[in-house]
Design a protein around this ligand. Sequence first.
Ligand code: GRG
Length: 288
Amino acid sequence: MKELINLVNEHLDKYLPINYPEDIFKAMKYTLMLPGKRLRPVMCLETARILGADIKKLLPAACALEMLHVQSLIHDDLPCMDNDDFRRGKPSNHKVFGEANAVLAGDALLTFAPQLIIEKSTELTETQVLRIVHEYTKFAGAYGLIAGQVVDIESEGGKLVKSAEETLDFIHLNKTAVLFRLAVRMGAIGAGADDKTIEKFDNFAKKFGLAFQIYDDIMDEISSFEELGKTIGKDKNSGKLTYVSLYGLDSAKEKFDCLINECYDIIEEYNSPIFKEILDKLKSRIDN
Ligand code: GRG
């Protein structure tokens, strides 16, 4: 896992040199190069590897996905959204570069990412590149990430069109699971997998994404700023709809266990030490 993370970090740095005007490139690079877990690019590369592809082919797409993720973090931290002063253990983007540049840095990452896929994925076929960029645009927009964020904001204001359970699942399938789905789908497409295999990985990523969000909600209750690098207890204090607030800590843990066990079952046939390491890490932190 460490080797894959280093490879991703090296390529993120290489793909985004500081250009003119420096202020925007510095703002884009600031949050991007802070030490995130790099789960999404690693899952993209590992999916490609276990399905028989050379992971080098997928490096532009994997890095583009991390850029999209970082864009969503920068915008999520803005005063008009979650208003968070810290991210990845350091002051959030807008705290360092100001609100205007943080909005623009997010926009620039969002648009640079597909540019990167198109320009640098020289070892994928044109059809694979087109499919990957199509998935990127679909999952990043109003059919994915943005839909999740909008319903999240509306639900905080007390507007619930569906039941609390359905609303919570909708938010996190779209805000969180969507980028894990994009990770494995891009990896599988790049490896030339058939539709049935892509759907199997997609199903894995949906379950993983929901488990990951439950993990995130539990951590917000039991962890520390030092461990997470962001403000703790905000969800609870703002009365936000979360898996813990809706089901209670014990039931949230049970739900998490059930989803993680389903993930182990789906991925078992592929004998992937990386996926196993990711699942083990999340599980051990919740168990202890
Ligand atoms: C796509 C235009 C556009 C807007 C995005 C702001 C927004 C709309 C969506 C917010 C999405 C969001 C921040 C979801 C939270 C998901 C989550 C649990 C993030 C934390 O992921 P980690 O723990 O973070 O993998 P690191 O820092 O390790 O990468």
